[in-house]
Write a protein that binds this ligand. Sequence first.
Ligand SMILES: NC(=O)c1ccc[n+]([C@@H]2O[C@H](COP(=O)([O-])OP(=O)(O)OC[C@H]3O[C@@H](n4cnc5c(N)ncnc54)[C@H](OP(=O)(O)O)[C@@H]3O)[C@@H](O)[C@H]2O)c1
Length: 226
Amino acid sequence: MVTGPKAVVIGASGGVGAALVRLLTARGDEVLALSRASTPPVDLADEATIAAAAAAAGTDLALVIDATGFLHNGHFRPEKSWRELSTEHLAYSYLVNAVGPALLMKHFLPRLARGTRAVFATLSARVGSIEDNRAGGWYSYRASKAALNQLVRTAAVELARTNREAVCFALHPGTVATPLSAPFAKTGLEVREPDEAAALLLGVLDRVTATASGRLLDYRGEVIPF
Ligand SMILES: NC(=O)c1ccc[n+]([C@@H]2O[C@H](COP(=O)([O-])OP(=O)(O)OC[C@H]3O[C@@H](n4cnc5c(N)ncnc54)[C@H](OP(=O)(O)O)[C@@H]3O)[C@@H](O)[C@H]2O)c1
């Protein structure tokens, strides 16, 4: 029988999400793995699916990880110049990378355990840091992750009023060999396999405290300036 703490992974079909589910399950946590293909399904473009999945997850959650995200698909490639900006690409990136995670916070933060450390983490990206942006490009992805970071900070402030030991933060996984990064993995870049990356992320998730709430941390647990 599984007796470990209750964890939820949204985006369990993704490279990092699937690895997190594997590791959590292997160590005995009770894991609800959610994706567009799970039962119940979670589609970030449909709040009713998020509400239903949160209800299915129940309460007293120890760990909720949002491992969803969007960088490219058959229609949209990261922009190299403002000449490539389009309403559709910007709007879709905001939908998946900021609006969807905001709705996950709306429905899952009230379900975190109380009176004990409980964690909500959303996978963001270093390139969402405005301070860190020296290379330019990737307008939609950068801006939507910056919006996500602001939403996380805002929710963390509100969460602290009702659940002082809970942590709500954004987590940069580093460069991980997944479909999201595959077209952009350059030689010289430190690229980790999903299981190795997930182990590092779990290390951070296991030790963060409320002082990390509202922040963007990297896979080593170091704060990345917004
Ligand atoms: N890989 C990297 O190098 C890297 C670097 C920095 C940050 N990150 C961040 O880490 C996170 C995970 O990335 P990854 O590399 O694991 O990407 P991935 O393999 O492409 O997985 C993306 C996940 O997001 C889900 N998703 C996309 N649109 C969705 C929607 N509308 N509703 C519900 N789920 C949706 C996908 O579900 P489907 O299977 O249904 O499409 C999939 O589970 C992302 O936030 C990404 O920005 C990754």
